[in-house]
Design a protein around this ligand. Structure first.
Ligand SMILES: [Cu+2]
Length: 117
């Protein structure tokens, strides 16, 4: 009887342990592509810089030709809206979050892209 209980506890422990290891290995991340308005290589640095070293951001890459940002993130740590907000704080509009006029006007002249309506 006692041995059975011990064995059960051991099994549960193992299940928890392997479950956790699995989650870490998979890294429960999501990759999404969103439109971020911008112009040039400096915009690329600004947009990507706004997300660099932020908690939950695994990878991000903005393409100046297509104006699309591909971002890989951990949804348990950061949401897509929060990501767009951080980019808006740097002066860049997305379809969901608009940058403040102050942030936009603070951009270098060559970076002042045509804003969406
Ligand atoms: Cu620019």
């Amino acid at each position: 009887m006692k041995a059975t209980i011990k064995f059960s506890i051991l099994m549960i422990f193992c299940a928890l342990l392997t479950g956790n290891i699995d989650a870490i290995a998979k890294g429960d991340t999501k990759t999404e592509t969103v439109k971020i308005y911008g112009n040039c290589g400096m915009c690329k640095k600004n947009i990507e810089g706004a997300l660099r070293k932020k908690d939950g951001i695994k990878q991000n890459n903005w393409n100046k030709e297509s104006k699309m940002l591909e971002v890989t993130y951990d949804p348990s740590k950061i949401s897509m809206t929060e990501i767009k907000q951080k980019i808006a704080d740097a002066g860049y509009d997305s379809d969901e979050v608009r940058a403040s006029d102050d942030a936009y006007n603070g951009l270098h002249k060559c970076c002042q892209y045509e804003r969406p309506e």
